[in-house]
Design a protein around this ligand. Structure first.
Ligand code: AVJ
Ligand code: FE
Length: 445
């Protein structure tokens, strides 16, 4: 639960940091040093840059800011500052070797845990003004590392060669999705969007405010590969009617024909997934599509992308009492029965696989599996204040970024909430992005 005593906060923070570090070391321990230093795509950093960057951010925020301790390696700040070096340029930097990067982040972690041990953690009660309130800054850094772990997972997906990652189990099977309606009516009226009480919510999720949303219909499930194939087979990629002007220009310039990682195989399609080539699974949510493709598909289907407020209302609104929940299934932290999160499986689950994660209105798989593109630009909630630094969110606000919601299979539960907001350029598709569609409910209240 959100409120907790200082010792419980300390425990939660330590566990979140440890969980993130285990994952970081696993993602960077399964390939050799040359692969860690290589540029697998100009869209991505070398894995060894992410490795040291998470430690450098931890040094800045936990050791220096929260601990008020002297800098350990201040000369590294510039090299691992994301704003000073575009991803494509990072392989040319004199980066720490993999061994030195591991030693650096382990040293930082020792100091950070010592800060955590001694910190006078307090319950901030809502918005944490002090970095230590609700152990916010520790949660922020654990989430930051998990976000880079997801980015490193995307780098693994782009990397060529034999598989390096394995998953413990396949995702659960679908439970009769055909028995469920294909869309759900979300009633109109205001709901509470965003949060002022979620202890580790980031600045862009704050504050809680009322958002008005007219009644609308929303897909019960994310759009599947089978449905998306019908768009391809109907020559959707060749018909400018379905595309926005900017989308059509991008489709032409980038020669888009299908989702990223798909390849034709006679009449069918194969996809490459972490080094394994397999037939495209028809019942999984479509993934690795850009915003322009999602927007075009929705128009072809006679529908549209949901706005961000619509998405959040479907995910959080409890029609029985009218309050907003932390997650579609309620206020409990995500468990394996609720959603496909945490890289437990190396793929989205088929639609219908998480009946226990459905919202009260009956919308499934809003959290987990794939990030969902929304129609909305990344903009501040009313009353937003940048915290604790402008470069987390504020510098990205504007029409050049579209919002994604819900979190993919590679998102850790600590970095995923009903209020969590992700964003990217509308041309990006190396991310684990899918979507669902909506339509207005004219005349329905
Ligand atoms: C929230 C995923 C868009 O990766 O650019 C990582 C997260 N911010 N380091 C990004 C982030 C700073 C951010 N996204
Ligand atoms: Fe970062």
């Amino acid at each position: 639960s959100p409120a907790a005593d200082p010792e419980a906060l300390r425990e939660r923070a330590a566990t979140a940091l440890l969980t993130a570090r285990d994952r970081t070391l696993a993602l960077t321990g399964c390939v050799d040093d040359d692969e860690l230093k290589a540029q697998h795509s100009p869209l991505m950093s070398p894995l060894v840059w992410d490795l040291a960057h998470v430690g450098n951010q931890e040094e800045i925020w936990l050791v220096r800011e929260a601990g008020r301790r002297p800098a350990l390696r201040p000369e590294l700040d510039a090299m691992y500052d994301a704003f000073q070096h575009p991803r494509a340029d990072r392989p040319a930097l004199p980066l720490l070797s993999p061994d030195r990067a591991r030693a650096y982040i382990a040293d930082v972690r020792e100091h950070a845990l010592d800060v955590l041990d001694r910190a006078a953690l307090k319950q901030a009660g809502g918005r944490g003004d002090a970095l230590l309130g609700d152990a916010f800054v520790f949660g922020m850094i654990a989430q930051h590392e998990q976000q880079h772990d997801e980015t490193m997972l995307a780098t693994h997906q782009l990397r060529r060669g034999a598989a390096a990652l394995t998953a413990a189990d396949p995702p659960p099977a679908a439970v009769d999705p055909a028995d469920l309606p294909c869309e759900v009516l979300v009633p109109g009226g205001p709901f509470v969007m965003g949060t002022s009480t979620e202890p580790w919510a980031l600045d862009n999720e704050r504050p809680a405010h009322l958002a008005g949303v007219p009644a609308f219909w929303l897909d019960t499930f994310p759009v599947t590969n089978a449905a998306y194939r019908r768009f391809i087979d109907d020559d959707g990629y060749r018909d400018p009617r379905w595309w926005s002007d900017a989308g059509w220009e991008h489709r032409q310039g980038a020669a888009l024909e299908a989702p990223l990682f798909w390849q034709r195989d006679g009449d069918g399609w194969l996809r490459r997934r972490f080094g394994v080539v397999e037939p495209v699974p028809p019942h999984e949510p479509v993934m690795h599509v850009c915003w322009y493709e999602a927007d075009a598909y929705a128009r072809w289907a006679g529908r549209r992308l949901p706005t961000e407020a619509e998405w959040e209302k479907a995910a959080r609104h409890d029609p029985d009492g009218g309050r907003s929940r932390r997650y579609p299934w309620g206020d409990a932290d995500p468990g394996p029965q609720h959603a496909n999160l945490g890289q437990r499986h190396l793929r989205p689950a088929p639609v219908g696989a998480y009946p226990d994660g459905a919202s009260p209105l009956g919308v499934h798989q809003l959290i987990g599996d794939v990030w969902e593109w929304t129609a909305s630009d990344f903009l501040p909630h009313p009353g937003f204040t940048a915290y604790p630094y402008k470069e987390y969110s504020e510098v990205f606000f504007g029409p050049q970024y579209k919002v994604l919601r819900g979190g993919a299979f590679g998102v850790d539960p600590v970095a995923c909430r009903g209020t969590f907001r992700n964003w990217d350029h509308p041309i990006r598709r190396q991310i684990f992005s899918g979507f669902r569609t909506a339509r207005d409910a004219e005349g329905v209240r």
